[in-house]
Design a protein around this ligand. Sequence first.
Ligand code: ARG
Length: 438
Amino acid sequence: MKLWGGRFTGEESKLMEEFNNSLSFDRRLYYEDITGSLAHVSMLQECSILTLQECENITMGLNSILADIESGTLLIEGDYEDIHSFVESNLIQRIGDTGKKLHTARSRNDQVAVDMRLFSKTMASKLLGNLIELQNSFLKIAEENKEVLMPGYTHLQRAQVVTFSHHMMAYHSMIGRDKKRLLNAMEIMDESPLGCCALAGTTYSTNRESTASKLGFAKPVDNFLDGVSDRDYLIELLSCFSMIMMHLSRFSEELILWSTKEFSFVQLDDKFSTGSSIMPQKKNPDAAELIRGKTGRVYGSLVSLLTVMKATPLAYNKDMQEDKEQFFDALDTVLICTKVMSELLCSLHLNKDNMFQAVKKGFLNATEAADYLVNKGMAFRDAHGVIGQIVIYCESSGKAIEELKLLELKEFSNYFAEDVYEFIDYRATLKKGIKTIM
Ligand code: ARG
């Protein structure tokens, strides 16, 4: 059934109907669509546009539709153009002619705009919960491994010693910023477009403040043309999702590397790995690889919506219907990836000894050994040269710097004394270097 059949004489082609139909994906907005309508009719009654009796009938009808959808007795399917038509048609079927008054002083343009805002606000809160959980998982594993030393890298080459905790807390900081970005996006989008109607409001004296406050928005939007055609908030959320995925992909990449035989720093729990159908020895880090891969998919949605919105004239255009599938897909992806990563992290096994061996073999106190000579009076550039020579010597004899005898060290510089060993001790260097908690 069409809501807009009045001015048409010919039939819409089947192909066009199929092409235009959005019910298969906007059905996801049923709750927000009904909630928006409930606020709308209540406002219409307050403004004496509907009688109390009409408002009560419509409210009862909408609530029964909601209850039946949630209990599974009313399936969202059939020959309806979109979720808005589905709800309105069902309302008219249930309560008769009064149902035809629901759409007074409203357009599907402000209706879909308010539905999407309500939906994305709820989902952003859900994601915020996932981020808090993920941040806690990073904190937990950091707290449990404060004493674990590992190589810190630059250029993926062993650079200086760090603690495993400090490495984990780097991700804790990233997720902390992701939370702030998300909260900021939620604050900016907290305006109701309901009441803008198609683009230029309505001749009825409606009350946008009332619907905005009933629906939990901070205020109504300032501009009607912008209100119905603004999709910035979705793009901003997609940008937050992309940044979260970028962070997850960096950690995924590290987990994939660390779980190789070559690194052997960690072992993923069986819960989050899979095997090979042909190579019996394999244990693959699929969860981390999937997260890394799905990052591309979320970036794709961001670029897709930016491109959909590019150069669209004011106000509403049907192009904007293309926001939904991309947004839903990216949202589902980031929700599951944050959840999987959090659980994977809690079940991670560390090979602490391998990490420490890598620290020793990596000359990760070379910088501090140079600092030692500087403290004794040598210029840093000269000290850098001396330690470079010592590293060559160590490599050929298979030793770490701290394993050299004082006499051997003195061959390279007379500044070396007994106190060098304490100075270049890994834990001592860490204490001097990283001056934060964990
Ligand atoms: N399905 C549409 C969308 O998602 C709803 C708004 C339709 N408005 C219209 N005038 N055709 O954008």
